[in-house]
Design a protein around this ligand. Structure first.
Ligand code: HMS
Length: 235
């Protein structure tokens, strides 16, 4: 039996949820599942269409991006995943998509304002958009640098990766993560839903106000306060 069977199957199941949830078209995205004890993660192979995927095709890579198991080339975004796993021991899964609304906000280089209680159920701040990558970073080890850009952004803005489990990269697209890969998929779906609602909110009322602090607090706390079961199904 392949010793990486569990993470390969978890990564496969997560990847297969992405088209089902309407978060990817063709091969526009990837999910990975990590085993921190072994220092590896399983990720979608690059360029393989979702209907063709099997658990066995998942590529196992270490936290420096070296392939340790698998016959196919790992996703082009592998080094971004590797950097995040290496520096953030609390995450067990990562998802990258080009989902329409979240990507449109990334392309617009804007944080997604907290307009409604759906957003506040998950996060008490605007969904952050990191600046587009600098030319030197693009010309260098681009995917590795994308991971560093995410780390830099969290450090500069004093954000906790276990509280804020998503980011938009300006000019590119979103990355989400979580304690498990299922939670990372859940976060990706929530992000797309909230991004769509924010887009429509601004179309209907370009002057729409940010959600009041009292409602942000109330909605977040009633979902995440003591004894809460919110989101547990996905963790
Ligand atoms: O960001 C992009 C494309 O801009 C990639 O994530 C996406 O096309 C997926 O590529 P892979 O098939 O995972 O190599």
């Amino acid at each position: 039996m392949n010793k990486f069977k569990a993470i390969k199957e978890a990564a496969y199941r997560a990847n297969m949820q992405l088209p089902d949830l309407g978060l990817v078209l063709f091969t526009f995205g990837n999910a990975s599942a990590a085993d921190h004890a072994s220092g590896v993660f399983a990720i979608k192979p690059s360029g393989v269409a979702y209907p063709e995927l099997t658990p066995e095709m998942m590529v196992v890579v270490d936290f420096d991006g070296n392939v340790v198991d698998g016959n196919l080339r790992p996703s082009s975004d592998t080094k971004t995943h590797a950097v995040l796993y290496k520096h953030w021991p609390g995450i067990g899964g990562i998802v990258h998509t080009h989902a329409t609304y979240a990507t449109a906000w990334a392309q617009s280089q804007r944080d997604i304002p907290i307009y409604g209680t759906t957003h506040a159920d998950h996060l008490t701040i605007d969904i952050p958009c990191a600046p587009p990558m600098a030319d030197e970073r693009i010309a260098g080890n681009y995917e590795y640098e994308t991971g560093l850009q995410i780390l830099d952004y969290f450090k500069q803005h004093n954000l906790d990766y276990e509280e804020v489990e998503m980011i938009l990269i300006g000019n590119h697209a979103p990355f989400t993560w979580g304690k498990t890969v299922d939670k990372a998929v859940y976060n990706s779906a929530v992000l797309e839903y909230v991004a769509k609602m924010a887009t429509l909110t601004e179309q209907i009322n370009p002057e729409a106000p940010r959600l009041k602090d009292s409602l942000i607090k109330k909605h977040f706390e009633r979902k995440h306060g003591p004894g809460s079961y919110y989101g547990q199904a996905a963790r």
